[in-house]
Design a protein around this ligand. Structure first.
Ligand code: TMO
Length: 311
């Protein structure tokens, strides 16, 4: 359990109160969100900007609302745009012209319903999503009216799962359990050999601790989110899973280049790999380091790379 208690150690953004950053101004406003790789990476990015003479503020912001904040010039950069959770919100503000799609990291990401491996014995047929139709009752709880419970994590993450549940005819309700309590549910279910299906992503620290699999929903296609007639349910959008090799991007406010030209040049070169994101998560969630210690460790271990980003 020590792992679990450490998870939120650095999670200043849990309640995600939108604190008032200085609009525009001299300092670069970097948002902090409620998962560890983001918190550590934010500090790495901030240190790199400081190395080229910029001033930096860290601002706790809801990870979905942040895209609108970039349009309003409250926030300057999001360095971890995960396609599964934030693709639709990000692509909207990019289309509107107020956010620039600056970098696609080498890291490939996946965010989806996930279960620890023992659940296969409770629900044969997994990881195929159709197995969840037959075993939904096994995932029921006292307060779910016989429906299965899907633990969706933070309400600020993937937004379209209610629509997906409807579109795929899944007899499930979504329950948002935030922060460390989300992973404590996983830990308890593993110890008690109970059925559980919950939100997870990769790269993440979980894969080093628990064996498990993502549920295989119908393969993602951009049309799935736009066209009712596409997919297994001809009357609904969202009848598919999230991308399996989703992007991880950096987006910046359209003012960023003019206001912070040197930092902009650095941001253009930043490129995190799967290993980088996994390390940024593991240093905090598995090794129990503070966020700034973890950022320092990453910087110490990757000096050659970031030197080439800032020069
Ligand atoms: C945005 N997240 C990495 C929590 O899926």
């Amino acid at each position: 359990m020590s792992v679990i208690t450490k998870i939120t150690a650095g999670c200043a953004g849990l309640l995600m109160a939108f604190s008032t950053a200085v609009k525009g101004g001299d300092a670069i406003n970097i948002p902090t969100h409620n998962w560890s790789s983001q918190l550590v990476g934010a500090e790495i990015v901030g240190r790199l900007f400081e190395k080229v003479g910029a001033e930096v503020n860290y601002v706790p912001v809801d990870s979905s609302a942040v895209y609108q904040s970039m349009c309003e010039n409250d926030i300057d950069i999001v360095h971890e745009v995960w396609q599964g959770a934030f693709g639709p919100a990000f692509e909207k503000v990019v289309d509107e012209g107020c956010v620039i799609d600056l970098v696609t990291h080498d890291a490939k990401t996946r965010e989806e319903w996930w279960y620890p491996i023992h659940v296969e014995k409770h629900c044969p047929g997994l990881p195929d999503w159709e197995a969840l139709r037959d075993c939904s009752a096994k995932f029921a709880r006292a307060d779910s009216n016989g429906k299965g419970v899907y633990l969706a994590g933070s309400a600020s993450w993937v937004k379209h799962y209610p629509e997906m549940v409807d579109a795929l005819g899944l007899n499930f309700v979504l329950k948002n359990v935030e922060g460390a309590a989300h992973w404590a549910e996983l830990d308890a279910a593993v110890k008690q050999d109970k059925p559980i299906v919950l939100f997870n992503w990769t790269p993440n620290f979980i894969e080093a601790l628990y064996e498990g699999k993502f549920v295989e929903f119908p393969t993602h296609d951009p049309k799935c989110f736009e066209d009712e007639s596409w997919g297994v349910n001809p009357e609904a959008k969202y009848d598919c899973g999230n991308p399996k090799d989703g992007y991880l991007k950096i987006g910046v406010s359209h003012h960023f280049k003019d206001e912070h030209p040197r930092a902009y040049e650095v941001a253009e070169k930043i490129n995190f790999t799967n290993l980088d994101i996994a390390q940024q998560s593991n240093y905090v969630d598995t090794d129990g380091m503070e966020v700034s210690e973890a950022a320092e460790r990453w910087l110490a271990e990757n000096e050659e790379r970031w030197q080439s980003w800032i020069n």
